[in-house]
Design a protein around this ligand. Sequence first.
Ligand code: SF4
Ligand code: ZN
Length: 285
Amino acid sequence: MSPGTPAASALELSAAAARARHHLEDCLLCPFRCGAVRSTGQGVCRVSSVSYIAREMLHLGEETPLRPAHAIFFSGCTATCRFCVAASFAFRPTYGVPSTPAQLAQRIRLRQEQGARSICFIGGDPVPHIPFILETLAVLGPDRRVPVVFNSNFYMSPQALELLAPAVDIYLPDLKFGPGSGLESCGERLGGMPNYWAVVTGCIQEVWARGARVMVRHLLMPGHWSCCTEPVLHWLAERPGLEVSLLDQYVPPVRAQGRLAGFLAPEEGARARALARRLRLSLVG
Ligand code: SF4
Ligand SMILES: [Zn+2]
């Protein structure tokens, strides 16, 4: 197990899983705070009490320290990013195969035997699936041999953060959008997440302050230098120890309009990397 792995006992994990189960009846896992409608799958994310897995695989596309990762893609998401490349399952919470914790635990054992160096919970977004994830890790118990990675939009509540603390070794938040609030902010206008900057930076700040290992991903979007990339990189630079992954593979969706209809210009990527170097960010590839 990697250094910094939470020394959660089976008992602690089971207790966290039991607390998490309450959110299947009264969900407060993210700022939408849908409550009881979660149980019927009518919350904002439309994820019910059943977790569907769109796909799972040994994945070589994650950051170098994590790969090959056992990537587990849950269906459903709390965001509605207009340029989502995973829309086929992010916006369809019943896409794929309904799973049980015992089934997923068995698959994790297999992927570890095949050489997985990390277990990456991804989506869509994994936040609505926290009860399922904790239950799976409790079932897995001492069979877990590699770090647990939580790769999320990080649009979550303090309750969700508290549940994850004993279970997650490496946090992999996306910090896509810059500061601002209200309907015209990029986080709300493009991602469908009200109060995006305050919520997501607050969650990153919390896990960073705990001393957890945190790798922040920032997707470089065409035309979003001064509203998103520049302030994001400056914010990250104020928190030493954060690792940063700059993603320059933006793909414009077919029906995109305006700035998001184009590809990232090579000079936009170069400009971001130059600023990251000047700010002495710890870049991971
Ligand atoms: S995770 Fe889903 S059901 Fe729960 S509060 Fe967020 S949007 Fe609502
Ligand atoms: Zn922007």
